[in-house]
Design a protein around this ligand. Structure first.
Ligand code: SF4
Length: 76
């Protein structure tokens, strides 16, 4: 899965939401999140983010961000 990290907080762009083929972006309290079970790992959103806030969970220390993204995407 891909996840959104804190770089998203000040970002006002939603280009990622528009390109996602499965609509798995949700609004958290002050940033967007990705539902980890709905993301199909296509990677299309990553280069669209001007804040470099979208990362694959294969990067180091992403577990807390996967849980964060899950928590806020499931509150809908
Ligand atoms: Fe959506 Fe693909 Fe990005 Fe996952 S990797 S959030 S499916 S655009």
């Amino acid at each position: 899965t891909y996840v959104v990290i804190e770089n998203c907080i000040a970002c006002k762009y939603t280009d990622c939401v528009e390109v996602c083929p499965v609509d798995c972006f949700y609004e958290g309290e002050n940033m967007l999140v990705i539902h980890p079970d709905e993301c199909i790992d296509c990677g299309v959103c990553e280069p669209e983010c001007p804040a470099d806030a979208i990362r694959p969970d294969t990067e180091p220390d992403m577990e807390k961000w996967v849980e964060f993204n899950r928590k806020y995407s499931e509150s809908w």
